[in-house]
Design a protein around this ligand. Structure first.
Ligand SMILES: Cc1ncc(COP(=O)(O)O)c(C=O)c1O
Length: 370
């Protein structure tokens, strides 16, 4: 493995220091939860090694309310979605192995296969194609040697979604090949137009990955999971987990379990706020004249771009945005894209910070026109 630090992590607000940022529009999750608000008394918890697969009650809660054939045996709890993605890639890919991965994407989905030395074929998702998965292009990229197809939905950084019909067609294509489908559905609970079934429930060849970080604002407890109906693969992923972690943190798993048991106390307010924030961005998009976008269908991020006809000093734009307007977004290079596009996270800041940040974007752009 050849590890290289990713710009999205080096330049992340928690690494840069929050003190310089007032309007943080760079995050990809909902506002962080305060522990006190969960009203948890965990004094009796035994700090032991936990169940290697993960807290059985938590696995049950993860599947609660899902109309699917999945059982808790299909769920492996991981320390966030990122380790689940890592475990899938390192278990299924070796140097030189082929995979097809959508680009842009959440950086780990690309960087881990790179670190392994896999042979990556990118499936481009473009503004012109409304950041949709191009199924015909995907078909052409899959060969008998393809080991893995890797997609993210709702998509990071654009918030676009694959329809259920398309997902089923993609699964058929994958089933006709020698590959498995890694489906990163970390933002699934935040889908606001339609919600897909858990992709792993549709085929033994699909591995779903998700977490509590984004929708519920709980990234600090590091709880995610992967789901597969394929028992052999599940055994392989458990072996990977045991070699890296042995088991998860019993403290994190207990918090996650209790949170999910009571999710109806928290989630309606989160959803309402998230939709209001989405409307703030949507109406701003309609009134300003510098940026265009593909409207997202889920998640808390979108990927606007500076209108192509505008001549702009992009370095100055980001500098001014932070130095003068105290506003931070995720520039395109976090996703190996042009800095004329940027990820705008609308779920994390307060509604006022979001409005101020959007004003800042307009002002910084105006200052940077050539
Ligand atoms: C699409 C996607 N997958 C996975 C992750 C990793 O999340 P975590 O490890 O906090 O669950 C992220 C975080 O930004 C993400 O955006």
């Amino acid at each position: 493995m050849k590890y290289v630090r990713m710009p999205i992590e080096i330049e992340s607000p928690e690494q840069m220091g929050y003190s310089t940022i007032k309007n943080n529009l760079s995050e990809s999750s909902y506002t962080d939860t305060i522990f006190k608000d969960l009203n948890l008394n965990m004094n009796e918890l035994v700090i032991c090694y936990g169940d290697h697969v993960g807290h059985p009650g938590l696995r049950k809660e993860i599947l609660k309310g899902e109309a699917s054939n999945l059982t808790i045996e299909d769920v492996l709890v991981t320390a966030g979605a990122a380790p689940a993605l890592f475990m899938v890639s390192t278990s299924l890919l070796e140097a030189g192995d082929e995979l097809v991965v959508a680009k842009p994407n959440y950086a780990t989905n690309i960087e881990t296969p790179k670190a392994i030395g896999a042979s990556i074929k990118y499936l481009p998702m473009t503004f012109e194609n409304k950041y949709q998965v191009d199924i015909e292009a995907l078909k052409k990229l899959i060969t008998p040697k393809t080991k893995l197809v890797s997609l993210t939905c709702p998509h990071n950084p654009t918030g676009t979604m694959i329809s259920e019909t398309d997902l089923k067609e993609i699964i058929k294509i994958v089933e006709a090949s020698n590959a498995n489908l890694l489906f990163d559905e970390t933002y699934r609970d935040m889908s606001f137009k339609f919600k897909l079934p858990i992709a792993a429930s549709l085929s033994e060849r699909v591995i779903s990955v998700s977490s509590l970080s984004k929708t519920y604002g709980l990234p600090g407890i590091r709880i995610g999971w992967l789901i597969t109906q394929n028992k052999k693969l599940q055994e392989l992923f458990l072996a990977a987990k045991e070699q890296i972690f042995i088991c998860g943190s019993v403290v994190d798993e207990e918090i996650a379990y209790r949170y999910l048991v009571n999710r109806n106390d928290y989630f309606p307010a989160i959803k309402k706020d998230m939709l209001e924030k989405f409307e703030i961005v949507k109406s701003w998009m309609g009134t300003q004249k510098y940026f265009d976008w593909i409207e997202p269908s889920g998640g808390v991020v979108c990927f606007p771009r500076i209108k192509p006809e505008l001549k702009v000093d992009t370095a100055k734009f980001y500098e001014k945005l932070l130095a003068e307007y105290k506003t931070y977004v995720g520039p395109g290079h976090w996703f190996e894209e042009s800095d004329r596009s940027f990820r705008l996270g609308f779920g994390w800041p307060s509604q006022q910070e979001l409005k101020d940040g959007l004003k800042g974007l307009e002002a910084a752009l105006k200052d940077s026109l050539l």
